[in-house]
Every structure is written in C-alpha cells, then in structure tokens.
Ligand binder design. Structure first.
Ligand SMILES: [Mn+2]
Length: 329
C-alpha cells in the first residue's frame, strides 16, 4: 500500500456520508497510518458525523480534524474507507479518479476497488476499523488512548456489539486489551441510548405511514418514508415484525433509502444489499452494503417521498416473491 503513496506529501481520507462509528474510526486510523508513513492528511466526511458518531465524539471529547472539499482537491492521494461505492462519498466521489487511490473496506460488494491502486479489502471483516487497526499494528505504529477508544466503538458498532465478529475482530480486540482498552471504556456512551424526542417522533411517524405486504409466504415487506433517523426507523420496523424494511428519506440530491433484512429474509436469500441493488437497477443510483443493512442513493424518481415509498411498496413484494421462489434472482 505504501508504495502507491511514494510521491504523495498530503493525502485526504474519505469516508461515507453521514459517517457512522466504523466510518469515523477507520478514517481516523487511516489518517494515523498515513502519519506513520510520513504523509500529512486530513479527513473529509461528506454530510458530517452520524448521530451515533456525534454522541461518541461528545462523550469522549474527541475532535476530528476535518478538511474541506478544496483540501480534497488539493491532495496528492486519496484513501477511501468503509465505502462500497463512489456515490456514498457525495461530492467527493467525483474526485476519486486521477489521484493515487487506496481503498480500505469490508462491504460485501465494492465497486471502488476497480479504480484503486491498492486495497485492504475483506468482506469477512466485521468492521473497516479492524482492518485499519490491524494494518496500523502491523506497521508497529503506536495508538493513543482516544484513538483506541474510538476504534473500539467502531468495531462494536459494526459487529453489533460483537454478536457478528469478523476476520480480525478478536485479534485487534486483544491488542486493544493489552493497551488497557476494554469494552468497559465504551459503556457510558452505550448506556446513554434513550432516544431523544426527535428520534421517537421519527419512529412513530415512520411506523404510522408504513405500508406492508407479504411475500414468499412468511416474509413481511415494509416500506415507509421519513425526514431523518432512517436507521432507527428501519430497526423499529424489524422489531415490530417486518422482514424487509425500506425507508425513503428525501434529500436535496435525491432519495436516500435505507434497507434492513431480518435473519428470516436473509435465510431465503433476500438480503439488504440485494434489495438495494435491485432498487438501484430499477430507479437508478447506486446501492450496496451488507446482508442485514444496506443503503441506496437514488435520483428523485417520483416527485414526493410518499410517492416513491408507495411505488416501492407496490412493486417490491412481487419482485421478492419471484426471487425466493427461484423464478429469477
Ligand atoms: Mn462499516
């Protein structure tokens, strides 16, 4: 990886829009890795931090040195972390060509890899954070306590608090333990999880507008639209019994669509990333993610989000029915 950056003096690290704790932590770790190779860098987070990341940064008093899009323009090289497609990078996506490019990621599909000069890619990793941290440890770079705690949050977030560990999860947790950083360090933030009023309003509204239909005999396909908190709304939909949850959010540049799939749906081959790719194929844009959770950025294929949600609610159950009956996939 290092060879790719031979000519580089300053680099920009890019993470996906609305950076979740894994995106944030892997960006910070990538920046540290560049630092120990003698390359200056800053971190560009399109649309800033997610709610969970903000909470972590606030509770631990962590500041992230973020750069502007001009800094990204002016950098000699790019490192893209925790992103499976260029559309996840927002305005910075267009800049990912013409400069040396390194990708660090664990998404089950990644179409940035084809443009990359080097990659640290493992779809079986539980988090991008653990990949970046393993690289950092291999380079024998030291890691400060704040970064170690942030890394732990990144890993816990993407592995669902270790319910779904990946290739390097336990290896890097052991390394953190030796540094004196254990899950205990994150408990304050985790306990502070009572959703605020805005989030509860979003969940209730999202559920009250929800349309649901059956597919494949025992799958419930649910679709709704909301102004924000789409991840929380989608989780609430699974909690009430949906197998596929699709949540449409209206954004200036198009629709952001969150998809979640239950274990039951995944067992039938109906995964969240499959649904996101199907929707991208039908309505445009790019989608990707994991079996349980995926995201799609689509153009405004209907003028209003409620119409977009209705359209998906009308067509998706039929498509899922055909897929799980093996008619086509
Ligand atoms: Mn991730």
């Amino acid at each position: 990886m290092k060879e790719v950056l031979e000519q580089a003096e300053k680099a920009a690290v890019l993470a996906h829009k609305n950076a979740d704790p894994d995106a944030l932590a892997s960006a910070v770790l990538a920046s540290k890795l560049l630092g120990c190779w003698g390359i200056r860098s800053c971190i560009f987070l399109p649309e800033g931090l997610s709610k969970a990341s903000k909470r972590i940064a606030e509770r631990h008093g962590l500041g992230v040195d973020q750069c502007s899009i001009e800094d990204v323009h002016g950098s000699d090289a790019l490192v893209v972390v925790d992103s499976g497609s260029l559309s996840q990078l927002g305005d910075a996506g267009g800049l990912a060509r013409g400069k040396p490019l390194i990708v660090i990621d664990h998404h089950s599909t990644n179409n940035i890899l084809e443009n990359a000069d080097a990659a640290l890619y493992d779809p079986n990793a539980g988090s991008t954070t653990e990949l970046a941290l393993a690289a950092l440890l291999e380079e024998c770079c030291s890691i400060d306590r704040d970064t170690a705690i942030l890394a732990l949050h990144g890993i816990l977030h993407d592995t669902r608090r270790l319910a779904r560990p990946g290739t390097f999860t336990l290896y890097v947790l052991e390394a953190l333990r030796i540094e004196g950083i254990t899950v205990e360090a994150t408990i304050d933030v985790q306990q502070d999880k009572t959703p605020d009023l805005g989030e509860r309003v979003a969940r209730v509204k999202g559920l009250s507008r929800m349309k649901a239909d059956r597919a494949c005999r025992d799958l419930i396909v649910c679709v709704t639209h909301i102004g924000s908190y789409e991840g929380s709304v989608a989780r609430a939909m699974l909690d009430v019994g949906c197998d596929i949850a699709v949540v449409v959010v209206d954004r200036r540049e198009g629709y952001r669509i969150a998809v979640r799939a239950s274990k039951n749906a995944q067992a039938k081959g109906i995964t969240a990333d499959w649904v996101a790719s199907y929707l991208a194929g039908k309505y445009g844009g790019e989608g990707g993610g994991h079996k349980a959770a995926a995201m799609l950025h689509a153009p405004h294929f209907k003028p209003a989000p409620e119409d977009a949600a209705s359209e998906i609610a009308r067509t998706l159950p039929g498509r899922i029915g055909r897929a799980c009956n093996g008619v086509e996939h």
